[in-house]
Design a protein around this ligand. Structure first.
Ligand code: SAM
Length: 237
């Protein structure tokens, strides 16, 4: 039997009003109605079971019937920083990063970045993160933030223990990915990094890591490196 459909809500109380995009999805796409069971998520990591008490065109009232702590949230704390990519490739990276269990995503602009982010694109990325979280049965949707300068992006990772900088111009075999539970991962955009950007990252505690002799597309590098990191963190077992 399919799991109850999942919806993010701002606040949880005994009676919840579903609104906006989630209401439209519940009524028009999923055709849910009074009596149907759903799961509500407020981003705390708790899953709330609920029943639709009343369904009208402009609103849907749900009654919460139970709660449980999600067992699908990662124990490791992983933060992915990726250069803004062209087309919908940044969306692909956000989607896969959420499925792989990151807790936080930063998109940055750097010297060779050919793409940019505006408010609408950033909101779209956060919507992609919410949809990916629901699809993979997570209870928390990682937030996506934008840094219009590279130094600010690097500084935002200060608290993480393992700081990894995927650097395409390091010799193959450079760097290592230690076991751990706190990682910040930096991957460049299509244009890659300058030597100065690499050294700036090193000065902030980042270790360069090579992903082998081949030059990977940015989206491939991000997904590959994140997969190795999450495996080393025990999240893909
Ligand atoms: N413009 C660069 C060039 O032509 O050499 C390629 C950049 S690559 C498309 C985008 C990003 O993926 C890089 O900045 C790096 O973060 C990562 N990447 C790709 N291949 C890599 C490799 N072999 N080792 C480490 N990082 C790699």
């Amino acid at each position: 039997m399919a799991a109850p459909k999942r919806f993010f809500v701002e606040y949880i109380s005994e009676e919840v009003l579903l609104t906006g995009e989630e209401l439209r999805h519940a009524r028009s796409v999923l055709r849910l109605d009074a009596g149907d069971e759903v799961t509500l998520l407020d981003g705390s990591g708790v899953e709330y079971s609920a029943v639709i008490a009343r369904s009208e065109k402009a609103s849907m009232i749900l009654h919460v019937t139970g709660r449980r702590l999600s067992d699908r949230e990662p124990k490791a704390d992983a933060y992915l920083l990726i250069g803004a990519l062209k087309g919908d490739k940044t969306e692909l990276v956000v989607q896969k990063a959420v499925e792989l269990g990151v807790n936080r995503i930063g998109v940055f602009s750097s010297r060779y970045c050919a793409a940019y982010l505006n408010e609408n694109k950033l909101e779209r990325l956060n919507k992609v993160a919410r949809e990916a979280a629901k699809q993979c049965m997570r209870a928390v949707a990682p937030k996506v933030a934008y840094y219009d300068n590279f130094a600010a992006a690097l500084e935002s990772a200060d608290e993480y223990k393992n700081k990894l900088f995927a650097c395409e111009f390091l010799p193959a075999g450079s760097g290592e990915i230690a076991e751990g539970d706190s990682y910040a991962i930096v991957v460049g955009s299509e244009g890659g990094f300058t030597e100065e950007e690499y050294h700036a990252a090193e000065s902030l505690g980042f270790c360069g890591v090579s992903l082998g002799k081949r030059i990977l597309r940015a989206e491939t590098a991000a997904i590959a490196l994140l997969s190795v990191v999450m495996y080393r963190a025990g999240e893909l077992q």
